[in-house]
Design a protein around this ligand. Structure first.
Ligand SMILES: Cc1cc2nc3c(=O)[nH]c(=O)nc-3n(C[C@H](O)[C@H](O)[C@H](O)COP(=O)(O)OP(=O)(O)OC[C@H]3O[C@@H](n4cnc5c(N)ncnc54)[C@H](O)[C@@H]3O)c2cc1C
Ligand code: FES
Length: 278
C-alpha cells in the first residue's frame, strides 16, 4: 500500500502526485520508471519517476490524463492509497562526461525530461532546455526547468506564449547558429521525437529519446513493449526506456500504440460512467 501525500493539478489535464514508496525512493536514478496498479482489479501502467525524496521515502509522478487508469489516478487525493508499485525499472540515463546537452521536452514529456536535465546540471553539464506545449495553459514546469538550465527556450504551437512554433524549430535555429551541442535528449509525443531525431541526424549529434510503448509485465517476458531499434527487436522495459533516436523505427512504434485504441476508448467511457469494474 502506498499512501498519497500530495496532489497538484498542473494544467488542464496534467497532474502531479506524490506518494510513499521508501525502498524505490532510496534506489531510484534519473530516467527510471515504475509500473503501478491502483487496485487489485486495475491495469498496470508505466510512469516515469520525476523526483524522489529518500528521506521522506516518497516518489513524484507527473501524468497526463488520457484514459481509464490515468483518469482514476487523477481522482485520488492525499490519504488515498495506490495498491501496487513496481520499480525502479529501466536503465538510468547516462549523464557523465557531456559538455553541452540540449534537453527538448514536449507536453507531459517535460515532466519526464526535468529529472534528466537536473541530473545533467548537477554533473556540471551545460544544459540548454527547450520546452513546448500546444498552448500556454498546457505548459508545465517552466520555473523548475529554468532552475536547472543555463538557457531556457519556451515554445507554444499557437503562439500564446514564448516562441510561436515547435520545439524542433528552436533546435534547428540553435544548430544553424553554430551552437556547440554534444548530445540531445528528446522526450514527448512520438511524432515530436521523430522530428527532433531528423533535425539532428544530418549533423551527427547523438540524440537520445525515451520511448513509451504499451507495457504489461515490465520484466522483458511478455513482449508487449517491443520496439525496433537499429533493425533489432528491443524490449523497452529492460533494454530502455532510452534509445538512440537515429536508430528507432518510429512508424512501427506509432502503429503499435494505436493497436488497442478502440478498447481503450470503451474502457474510458465506462470509467466516466463510474463503472470501474468491467
Ligand atoms: C516507460 C514509460 C514511461 C512513461 N512515463 C509517463 C509519464 O511520466 N507521464 C505520462 O503522462 N505518461 C507516461 N507514460 C505513458 C503512460 O504509461 C500512458 O499514458 C498510460 O499507460 C495510459 O493509461 P490509461 O489507462 O490512462 O490510458 P489508455 O486507455 O491505456 O490509453 C488512452 C490513450 O493514451 C494512449 N496511450 C496509451 N499508452 C500510451 C503510452 N505508453 N504512451 C503514449 N500514449 C499512450 C493510447 O493510444 C490512447 O489513445 C509512460 C510510458 C512508458 C512506457
Ligand atoms: S512490458 Fe513485457 S516485455 Fe516489456
Amino acid at each position: 500500500m502506498h499512501r498519497i501525500t500530495e496532489k497538484v493539478v498542473l494544467s488542464e489535464n496534467i497532474v502531479k502526485t506524490v506518494f510513499e514508496a521508501p525502498e524505490i525512493a532510496r534506489k531510484r536514478r534519473a530516467g527510471q520508471f515504475i509500473i503501478l496498479m491502483i487496485d487489485d482489479r486495475g491495469e498496470r501502467i508505466p510512469l516515469t519517476i520525476v523526483d524522489s525524496d529518500p528521506v521522506k521515502g516518497t516518489l513524484t509522478i507527473i501524468y497526463q490524463v488520457v484514459g481509464k487508469t490515468t483518469d482514476q489516478l487523477a481522482r485520488l487525493e492525499p490519504g488515498d492509497v495506490i495498491q501496487h508499485v513496481l520499480g525502479p525499472l529501466g536503465h538510468p540515463t547516462e549523464i557523465e562526461g557531456i559538455g553541452t546537452a540540449v534537453c527538448v521536452g514536449g507536453g507531459v514529456g517535460i515532466g519526464v525530461l526535468y529529472p534528466i536535465a537536473k541530473a545533467l546540471k548537477e554533473k556540471g553539464t551545460r544544459v540548454i532546455s527547450i520546452i513546448g506545449a500546444r498552448t500556454k495553459k498546457m505548459l508545465i514546469l517552466e520555473e523548475e526547468s529554468r532552475s536547472v538550465s543555463d538557457e531556457l527556450h519556451v515554445t507554444t504551437d499557437d503562439g500564446s506564449y514564448g516562441y510561436h512554433g515547435f520545439v524542433s524549430d528552436v533546435l534547428r535555429d540553435l544548430i544553424a547558429a553554430g551552437t556547440k551541442i554534444d548530445r540531445v535528449f528528446a522526450i514527448g509525443p512520438v511524432p515530436m521525437m521523430r522530428v527532433v531525431a531528423n533535425v539532428t541526424r544530418p549533423h551527427g549529434i547523438k540524440t537520445i529519446v525515451s520511448l513509451n510503448p504499451i507495457m504489461v509485465d515490465g520484466t522483458g517476458m511478455c513482449g508487449a513493449c517491443r520496439v525496433t531499434v537499429g533493425g533489432k527487436t528491443k524490449f523497452t522495459c529492460v533494454d530502455g526506456p532510452e534509445f538512440d533516436g537515429h536508430e528507432v523505427d518510429f512508424g512501427l512504434l506509432m502503429s503499435r500504440l494505436q493497436m488497442y485504441a478502440k478498447q481503450e476508448q470503451e474502457a474510458r467511457e465506462r470509467c466516466r460512467c463510474g463503472d470501474h469494474d468491467r
